[in-house]
Write a protein that binds this ligand. Structure first.
Ligand code: GLC
Length: 539
């Protein structure tokens, strides 16, 4: 495969609202990102993915954009952004922006115009109908909202404040391309493209044998025939002309479909984020562990399907998922061990590794036991609609404690001080109280900490090309709960072993291997300890 800078990079995802607040308003800001560049550089990060900072009423924390070419008040100004961009570049680092193209805020001037009258020139930039389909929105409730002024319904895949753009309209597409070119000209280095498999829809009713009020319509909103032509035009008119990296968020894509999405020959993006591993290997019921068999099946399928053809986006966490040490690991007795073993499992596969803020210190799910502690619109809607359906409060609270997106959004835990050093003001969302022991300051001097382990992983990947460009081969050891694979490159072979279980098990460690990395200070001959992880150079 072609060697390229973004294949050799490690990316760090920042949810800036929860990262670091420099002006005391309780929201993280752009200057907060600037202030922590030393930290990121020390971690070894090459590139930052910045979640949306565009002007927004923040119904969905910036994923509801009201001006693509301005910065939201909480985050600072465009001058702050330009300074951040300069600082990042002068350190030899790069930045990718989040790009929300499926919808805008209902406060975007385009939508205000569109809804002002049926014959407004921008009417057709959004999706208006006399009669709605029977679909449910992804955030719950109906996917269409009635607008009394013009007596029609508008379509929204997510909340009613996130209005879907009509990608069938050529003028709208041109306006979007111009906006993207404006950012590219500014010198940013790439985009993570939000919810990109939804650009085209098949607006017909779902079967409704149970007579529900609204029906989930995933297949009519996702990967609809003709989407590739739209994506090809998008690529050709915008990022295809620059040396930048693109990662599409395309949840429901399966490994056998990647050709037209990300292959070096005909792909529209360089990588995609898929959700398959999270869907298959973990369900609400299996909290407290991961199904290692399922995980192997899914991730190995992706490793094999991309071999020689395409590149993976490797991730454990993001701003939409609970914390993996709490879901796939053991965040109580074996917190440090399981956080590092999970890290080792994904980090050395073929692909570009993404680290989500706080993951590198093993941040955990928050123990929020009151619906008022949550902030996320999806979480709130889930609670509201399920209560209406009669689901008991206690059951819902238990579910939210496992799956809410807010677990990833509690403030970054920097130190032992007030609000973990995140803000001098009142944080927009409560902190996870475990910052009194789980924080950056506590882990920096400790060579055995989760943070130190991440630093070692990043360095190791940089030192050995085989861990970047080698082929991946799944390996089975005697222990059933081990995820093991080799990376092979020319004459070199590396073995990555992650034992994802609470018990000890027997195995034969390689006789002729040099141990390069491990998350245990002491090893036991012939045994893998709970959540023990090792990387060998095989000789
Ligand atoms: C993506 C984002 C998520 C957001 C949604 C709507 O899935 O990652 O945070 O709520 O799109 O924009």
């Amino acid at each position: 495969m072609k060697k390229t800078w973004w294949k050799e990079s490690v990316v760090y995802q920042i949810y800036p609202r929860s990262f670091f607040d420099t002006d005391g308003d309780g929201f993280g800001d752009l200057n907060g990102v600037r202030a922590k560049l030393d930290y990121l550089q020390e971690l070894g990060v090459d590139m930052i993915w910045l979640c949306p900072v565009y002007k927004s009423p923040n119904i969905d924390n910036g994923y509801d954009v009201s001006d693509y070419q301005a910065i939201m008040d909480e985050m600072g100004t465009m001058e702050d952004f330009d300074r951040l961009l300069d600082d990042i570049h002068s350190r030899g680092m790069k930045i990718m922006m989040d790009l929300v193209l499926n919808h805008t805020s209902d406060q975007h001037p385009w939508f205000l115009e569109s809804k002002s009258s049926r014959d407004n020139p921008k009417r057709d930039w959004y999706v208006w109908r006399d009669k709605p389909t029977n679909w449910e929105s992804i955030f719950g409730g109906p996917a269409w909202t009635y607008d009394p002024k013009t007596s029609q319904y508008y379509f929204h895949l997510f909340s009613k404040s996130q209005v879907d753009l009509n990608w069938e309209n050529a003028e709208l597409r041109r306006a979007i391309y111009d906006m993207i070119l404006w950012w590219l000209e500014k010198g940013i280095d790439g985009f993570r493209v939000d919810a990109i498999n939804h650009l085209k829809k098949d607006y017909t009713d779902m079967p409704n044998p149970e007579g529900l009020n609204y029906v989930a319509a995933w297949e009519k909103m996702t990967n609809v025939q003709g989407i590739q032509e739209l994506l090809e035009e998008l690529r050709r008119e915008t990022f295809g002309r620059y040396d930048v990296v693109t990662v599409g968020e395309a949840n429901s894509i399966r490994a056998h479909e990647i050709g037209e999405w990300i292959s070096e020959e005909e792909g529209k993006f360089n990588m995609i984020f898929h959700l398959e591993a999270h869907e298959e290997a973990w369900s609400e019921e299996s909290v407290g562990g991961v199904d290692v068999d399922d995980l192997r099946i899914v991730l190995d399928r992706w490793q094999r399907s991309t071999q020689g053809i395409a590149w993976n986006a490797l991730y454990l966490e993001n701003h939409d998922r609970p914390r993996t040490v709490s879901t796939w690991g053991n965040d109580r007795e074996l917190w440090r061990e399981s956080a590092t073993a999970l890290a080792c499992m994904y980090f050395f596969m073929q692909g570009t590794p993404f680290i989500y803020q706080g993951q590198e210190i093993g941040m955990t799910n928050a123990p929020f036991d009151d619906i008022d502690l949550y902030r996320d619109i999806e979480t709130k809607n889930m609670y509201r609609y399920n209560r209406q359906k009669g689901v008991p409060h206690v059951d819902l609270m238990k579910t939210l404690q496992k799956i809410s997106r807010d677990h990833a959004r509690t403030p970054m835990q920097w130190n032992f001080g007030a609000n973990a050093g995140f803000t001098g003001g009142k944080p927009w969302i409560p902190l996870n109280p475990n910052f009194n022991w789980l924080n950056v300051t506590a882990q920096q001097p400790d060579p055995q900490s989760v943070l130190s382990f991440y630093k070692k992983m990043v360095q190791l990947r940089k030192q050995h090309e085989a861990l970047i460009y080698g082929s991946t081969h799944l390996t089975f050891l005697e222990c059933p709960y081990v995820y093991a694979y080799t990376r092979e490159y020319g004459q070199e072979r590396y073995l990555v072993v992650s034992h994802l279980d609470n018990d000890t098990c027997s195995w034969w460690s390689p006789e002729e291997g040099q141990l390069l990395l491990s998350n245990y200070a002491r090893h036991i001959d012939g045994k893998l300890q709970p959540y023990e992880a090792r990387v060998y150079l095989l000789t």
